[in-house]
Design a protein. Structure first.
Length: 479
């Protein structure tokens, strides 16, 4: 076994600004209508929406687009560096209109979504494999009545809530009024009496999805994701990277990589964005408007003149940290479900990368190569380890976990590639969406704020909606 990569975010310049370094505006090099900071799905969506009406420039500090939606390829199989699945049909009622903002966008982009075939989920707890835990009639549910009841109660709660109030949505403001109270509670509070076994699952599910346990995230955020488990799920080869790549295909010549924004200023109706480019030169652009589609804890350091309440709100935006490991094997070591959760190892869950391509028909011992994507959330407190621990340290823990659940599987591993995120997804703690978020997402003059962290739920819907919302703000302001 070997490892051929340990990639991650390039935060050197950002951290130097955090630690006190300051930059000054340079002589203006170029003039555009809109500068977008961040080439994740949210920033790319904004650029796509605006490109036919304004001149647009997207600057991205990494060496490729996508944010948390990137992918790679090994022996013809795409694998994900981040998000893996979604639901492309998404109708909401908002401000008196019924809209389906995902479906329209995906049809325009011709995104090749495919339905995730069953069993889409499983978990392997206490040496017992459970397939489709959210299916009422599945025989693999835990054998004891007490353990089974926790899942049944959760399913009933989700179904009854949807029938009585309606579905929880992005943006949160399009949800039933009850969502505001749900945001002020933790997810664990709702299911405190659901039994130890279900709560174990709930914590691992929450850690995987949000990088925090169920008592650290809001009930709104948790229920939003859990309710999706009852619906059909879709993905593309390599996950949501298909969306970011499809968007970038329409933005040729408008994206500049390896470029870190270091200062954003505005005077009257003119904005100035200073950044360090790929050659290390400091460059200033003049624009009519700016969209910040990067993590918002960075905003107070570089946006000059922010109101104090908005600065405080940005500092209360919290993020998890992750290691994503793609494990390449020369034989199938597991074939039971698309996504599987585990109870006691460094990785919370594992995706079979080519599940939708092969329809889950590859079998253990078939001698076929396979890619497994493992998610290792470290939370806020583990960020220092994510940024400093060596690849050997992570690989040792990952292979130990694999061997525990799949004995002798290490002998079939031919390569492991790691990707680390210091600030991965927004952590929607209780009260964040109804509190600091409402101030943080407020436009500041001609500066607009996008990304999933401005919705409080880390998902594709949040990124797309936030990008469209910022673009619409500019359209209204600039005409």
């Amino acid at each position: 076994m070997r490892y051929t990569g340990f990639e991650g975010e390039n935060n050197q310049i950002c951290h130097s600004i955090r630690d006190g370094k300051r930059y000054q505006r340079k002589t203006v090099k170029d003039n555009v209508d809109v500068v977008i900071i961040g080439a994740g799905i949210s920033g790319l969506t904004s650029a796509y929406k605006l490109k036919d009406k304004f001149s647009v420039k997207v600057i991205e500090k990494e060496n490729r687009i996508g944010g948390a939606s990137k992918r790679g390829n090994w022996k013809g199989s795409y694998y994900s560096y981040g998000t893996a699945d979604t639901g492309p049909d998404y109708e909401i009622k908002y401000e008196g209109r019924t809209i389906n903002f995902l479906k329209q966008l995906f049809q325009e982009l011709n995104v090749p979504w495919q339905k995730v075939s069953d069993p889409s989920d499983a978990f392997h707890f206490r040496n017992h494999l459970v397939l489709d835990p959210f299916c009422r009639c599945h025989p693999d549910l835990p054998t004891s009545r007490e353990e089974r009841k926790g899942f049944e109660d959760a399913i009933s709660y989700l179904e009854e809530f949807k029938e009585r109030y309606g579905k929880l949505t992005i943006p949160p403001e399009a949800s039933p009024p009850e969502w505001e109270q749900l945001d002020k509670k933790s997810l664990r509070e709702l299911f405190a009496n659901s039994g130890e076994y279900f709560l174990l699952f709930l914590d691992r599910y929450s850690q995987s999805t949000f990088g925090a346990t169920s008592n650290e995230i809001s009930a709104f955020e948790g229920l939003y994701y859990l309710s999706r488990e009852l619906d059909e799920r879709y993905t593309c080869p390599g996950g949501n990277a298909c969306v970011s790549e499809a968007l970038s295909n329409h933005l040729e010549g408008k994206i500049e990589l390896n470029s870190t924004a270091v200062l954003v200023e505005q005077e009257n109706d003119t904005c100035y964005v200073t950044y360090v480019d790929a050659q290390g030169s400091e460059v200033t652009l003049e624009s009519r408007s700016v969209i910040m589609a990067c993590p918002k804890h960075y905003a107070p350091y570089i946006v000059k003149g922010l109101p104090e309440d908005q600065k405080r709100a940005f500092r209360k935006v919290r993020y998890d940290s992750y290691i994503v490991a793609n494990v390449f094997t020369n034989d199938v070591i597991y074939d039971a479900a698309f996504a599987t959760y585990f109870d006691d190892t460094i990785f919370t869950d594992m995706i079979i990368a080519d599940w939708i391509v092969t329809s889950g028909n590859k079998k253990v011992g078939s001698g076929e190569p396979e890619v497994y994507t493992l998610y290792c959330p470290m939370g806020e407190r583990g960020r220092y380890k994510v940024l400093t621990e060596t690849a050997e340290t992570w690989i040792s823990q990952i292979t130990n976990g694999i061997n525990r659940y799949f004995p002798r599987a290490e002998k079939k591993i031919v390569d492991i590639r790691l990707f680390r995120y210091g600030h991965h997804y927004v952590l929607g703690y209780p009260g964040f969406i109804t509190g600091p978020r409402t101030i943080a997402k407020r436009p500041f003059g001609n500066i607009f704020f996008a990304k999933d962290d401005m919705q409080g739920v880390p998902c594709l819907e949040s990124a797309v909606w936030s990008g469209l919302d910022a673009a619409n703000g500019i359209l209204q302001k600039m005409g």
